[in-house]
Design a protein around this ligand. Structure first.
Ligand code: KIV
Length: 359
């Protein structure tokens, strides 16, 4: 991509022949100059009420709305989460995998944002989560951390980043904190992971356990199967939950288990449980954002526990189809989406071009 500053250079022959993007994209500095010159623009950018709808003059703008956007929300900490749990107020968690989805989650008041390895499927188009690697997770974590400034952020340790030894798990978890800028990590697995979790928490890193359906182990589980449907398997879930609690997790995700089982186990714990397909007897809930917003092609498999709260796919494709049609018919861009030039300057420009091409 061209450097944003390129558009500031004096108009030269090279610039005249450069790509259209170069010709119309002023950099941020240029933008602030434009704002200073135009009283109407600078007053718009000063008003908090209009800060979300300012006219944009470049795609190189900061993705942040103006800094004077009112936002009284306090940062969610372990202490906040503990208080919610003590009060019996359900903890609201959602996944995010990039800056906009993190922004939406944070602005909507979510207590926790999870950068789940489900992003392998919903953002990277993989068949399942087993292929996701730590570097991919860290890239997504950083983007989410830039967008979610208030929610408590958790990153998912991907398969292969923690199983070899507790030392490997601690090293991976430290990368999530230092390079991914999240506040804690989530790890899939039962009581066998207790020593590993103990080591991570001893390193001062908050850990969320994840039991029940653990998608990273879907090959061993025989697919994406509901867990705890027999008394023996429900007892194993209780054992897992208690062992992970003893190892130091501050929270447990319960995925795909009967609600009665999840509620009974929750009642035996002193840390919150977050359900996904585990009924409303848990201490909170989590859903994959892409799923609950309906941002997927019709026909894609969606688990039974997903409630669709919006139709982002429908709205996105409606908008893109209309844009395509308007490009084809030249209805877009109409004059309000273009930059004016004075009649005198245009006449001078046309005259110069005429002279240049007369020879
Ligand atoms: O990867 C993920 O998004 C998750 C949630 C489904 C809990 O682990």
């Amino acid at each position: 991509m061209a450097a944003p500053g390129a558009a500031l250079r004096p108009l030269s022959r090279a610039v005249l022949t450069a790509s259209p993007a170069l010709r119309v994209a002023p950099c941020r500095l240029h933008q602030s100059l434009l704002n200073r010159q135009s009283p109407s623009l600078s007053s718009a950018s000063r008003s908090p009420l209009t800060s979300h709808t300012q006219t944009r003059h470049s795609s190189y703008h900061s993705p942040e709305p103006s800094s004077n956007t009112p936002n009284a929300r306090k940062k969610v900490t372990m202490h906040t989460l503990r208080n919610l749990y003590k009060k019996g107020e359900p903890i609201a968690m959602i996944t995010a995998h990039d800056f906009p989805s993190a922004r939406a989650a944070d602005e909507s008041g979510m207590d926790m944002v999870l950068v789940g390895d489900s992003l392998g499927m919903v953002a990277m188009g993989l068949e399942n989560t087993t292929e996701v690697i730590i570097e991919e997770m860290l890239l997504h974590c950083r983007s989410v951390a830039r967008g979610a400034k208030h929610a408590f952020l958790v990153g998912d340790l991907p398969m292969g980043s923690y199983e070899i030894s507790p030392a490997q798990a601690v090293a991976s978890s430290l990368r999530f904190i230092k390079e991914g800028h999240v506040h804690g990590v989530k790890i899939e697995g039962g009581e066998e992971l207790a020593p590993t979790i103990k080591r991570i928490t001893q390193a001062g890193i908050p850990v969320v356990g994840h039991i029940g359906l653990t998608p990273q182990r879907q090959n061993a589980l025989g697919g994406f199967r509901v867990q705890g449907k027999t008394s023996a398997s429900a007892i194993q879930l209780l054992r897992d939950a208690l062992a992970l609690q003893d190892a130091g997790v501050f929270m447990l995700v319960f995925e795909a288990m009967p609600p009665e089982v999840a509620a009974l186990i929750t009642s035996k714990l002193t840390v919150p449980s977050i359900g996904i397909g585990a009924g409303n007897g848990c201490s909170g809930q989590v859903l994959v954002q892409v799923d609950m917003l309906g941002n997927f092609q019709p026909g894609r498999f969606i688990p039974k526990f997903v409630k669709k709260y919006a139709d982002v796919w429908g709205e996105a494709t409606r908008g893109i189809i209309q844009y395509r049609e308007e490009v084809k018919s030249r209805a877009f861009p109409s004059p309000e989406y273009t930059y004016p030039i004075s009649k005198e300057e245009l006449a001078k420009f046309e005259k110069t071009v005429d002279e240049m091409y007369r020879k």
